[in-house]
Design a protein around this ligand. Structure first.
Ligand SMILES: Nc1ncnc2c1ncn2[C@@H]1O[C@H](COP(=O)(O)OP(=O)(O)OP(=O)(O)O)[C@@H](O)[C@H]1O
Length: 355
């Protein structure tokens, strides 16, 4: 059995750096690959001087990892990030620039689709990543922006964790995962930073994500919003040409009550609501096949009908959805009932010309 990522990181955490800390706590380990009996990774250093000083650390990493059972080869490469040559002006959360006349388009991006919810935990981020992957599988050029500043979860859900590069210190090169071009504010922040942010800083960060990231030509950019009705939602919908919003809710009354607030906000901002999705709709027991409705069922469909809004579909509660999200490969990247449900929603959005 091959060694696990956790074991490798544990060993690397036990190696002290001359300047204090260890390679993991100082976030120097990049591109870790465990390929059978081989371990490969990059140690990111600031330049040639630090590389020389860390030669004993490299040797210790190779020796200690090489001694683990089942490991035949360890390859550690030291690199300095390109961005270090030109210190990037990427202070995230700076003050926003004054508004241009009217909402702007993002260059190269044909459509912006906002995914919102009235409250946290209903699966908005899960729906965003799966929808992005489902659209990419249908041949669309898709971007995913994680604008959920208070709980950025797309890096985990899409399985990326490296800090995006900025070769010229001005633009940010987004990452790619599962056929989707992605960027998360979380990848640019120190943990815990965002919680103290207020309006102008949030607006500045969002502007940077939309304006400085080299998104390339996209058919659609999906924006995973923070839950609720705050500054990020206002900035996005007032300053940018948003094609429409999709609102995610669970069928519970209390979630629906909050979803109504989100719908009202989009209405006030004149952002068309493209439809509602019921997440955690039903649970089908994998053992006996019995279907139960843990949070109720059909509430979102009924709400959509009452408000005369499209109902886009329901996604069941499934352990696979959670495990796939935690493992960094959204369930829509594979096969099965949930993947099919996302494919149907994606096909509908494409057919309607909004994705
Ligand atoms: N259909 C589903 N079946 C099982 N688990 C799910 C489903 N949808 C989401 N989850 C799980 O529920 C948790 C919350 O989901 P997610 O982070 O997507 O919610 P959220 O609405 O974006 O929350 P927040 O905005 O607070 O981050 C995650 O652990 C996710 O894996």
């Amino acid at each position: 059995m091959s060694v696990t990522r956790e074991e490798v990181l544990r060993v690397l955490s036990s190696i002290a750096l001359p300047q204090g800390g260890d390679p993991v706590s100082r976030d120097m380990v990049r591109a870790l690959v465990i390929d059978g009996a081989e371990i490969r990774f990059v140690l990111e250093v600031s330049g040639a001087e630090e590389a020389r000083a860390l030669a004993p650390v490299q040797a210790a990493a190779e020796a200690r990892l090489g001694a683990l059972p089942g490991v035949a080869r360890v390859s550690v490469v030291m690199t300095a990030p390109t961005a270090a040559k030109t210190p990037p002006d990427l202070k995230i959360g700076r003050h926003p620039t004054p508004q241009q006349a009217g909402p702007q388009a993002v260059p190269g991006v044909a459509r912006i689709l906002a995914v919102g919810s009235g409250k946290g935990g209903v699966g908005k981020s899960t729906v965003s990543s799966n929808l992005a992957v489902a659209l990419a599988r249908q041949g669309r050029r898709v971007g995913l922006l994680d604008a959920d500043i208070y709980g950025p979860s797309q890096p985990r859900m899409m399985g990326v964790n490296q800090r995006p590069a900025s070769p010229d210190g001005k633009t940010i090169i987004p990452l790619r995962a599962h056929g989707v071009t992605m960027m998360s504010i979380g990848l640019m922040l120190k943990e815990g930073d965002a919680v103290v942010w207020r309006g102008p800083m949030l607006m500045g960060a969002l502007q940077q994500m939309l304006g400085q990231v080299t998104w390339g030509e996209l058919d659609v950019l999906i924006v995973d919003l923070p839950p609720g009705t705050g500054d990020v939602q206002l900035t996005l919908c007032q300053r940018y040409q948003v094609t429409g919003a999709v609102v995610v809710s669970t069928p519970q009354d209390v979630a629906l009550l909050d979803a109504r607030k989100a719908l009202k906000m989009f209405d006030m901002l004149k952002t068309p609501v493209l439809g509602l999705i019921e997440n955690m709709s039903s649970f089908c027991c994998p053992q006996c096949g019995h279907e139960s409705h843990i949070f109720g069922h059909g509430g979102v469909r009924a709400e959509a009908a009452a408000l005369d809004l499209p109902f886009l579909g329901e996604i069941p509660i499934s352990l696979d959805v959670r495990l796939a999200g935690d493992a960094g490969t959204p369930v829509a990247a594979g096969a099965g009932a949930v993947s099919d449900a996302y494919a149907r929603i994606a096909a509908r959005l494409v057919a309607e010309g909004v994705a």
